[in-house]
Design a protein around this ligand. Sequence first.
Ligand code: SAM
Length: 264
Amino acid sequence: MEQDKSTYIKTQFNKFLGLTPDDTQTEKLIKYYEMTIEKNKVMNLTAITEFEEFVMKHYVDSLSIIKVMDLNGKPYSLIDIGTGAGFPGIPLKIMFPKLDITLFDSLQKRLVFLDEVITTLGLKKIVTVHGRAEEFGRKLDYREKYDIVVSRAVAELTPLCELSIPFCKVGGCFISYKGMKGDEELADADRAIKVLGGKLAEKKEFILNTKDNTPESKDKDTEKDQNSLRLLIKIDKVKPTDNKYPRGGGKPFKAPLYIDKTSK
Ligand code: SAM
């Protein structure tokens, strides 16, 4: 059974990502899945519990940033804003052990679970930090300290840029995982990206969880297929972020840095 799971991970990682995890890595991924499912009985961690779906929607999706960023053997510092149950941070750590990872979230109990995962899997150079991004993005120990900032399923892109870009070093990048509304959100975030010191570097669309992973296979007619459309948005940090950002008091959400506020 474990062998079946290991083979499934290896096959899917190879097919969708061109990655070849070794046995130790697949063992860790299986153990992390089991721990998440067990903890999910007493804490809200994920709606996805079936193994194959979990591998695709959590693991393959988390690792998909390699489509816009080479992580192989790189000792980059990376912060995962709103990591929740550890996505994308934990799969990235398992597959790219040289990364120096900070798992950041405002919900302490999820981080307690992630500390258990880190200890059980024997992961090194990975820490959890509890706080709100709009506060920690102003702290000297965190502000402009990371080569890579990532965030998945936390907020709409405009407020998310204000929460995330301040953590990023000049010369580093912020990578946002988005779904079918990504293009729309990106158009809205144009001004925010510039104001915060960023520059759109790349956007990469791909299909997750389909047999035929080609652009031609996109069938936009059904909601299910729409949901498997993924968009990675890579924003380079080209200038320091002005000290007035991130704003407190819920402003990134209440008064987002849209292009034209009246249109919202
Ligand atoms: N990134 C994970 C994933 O893709 O499965 C979790 C997504 S979950 C929907 C959003 C997470 O972001 C939650 O764990 C929440 O506590 C955290 N979060 C939301 N706003 C935050 C903020 N301002 N600062 C830090 N964490 C935040």
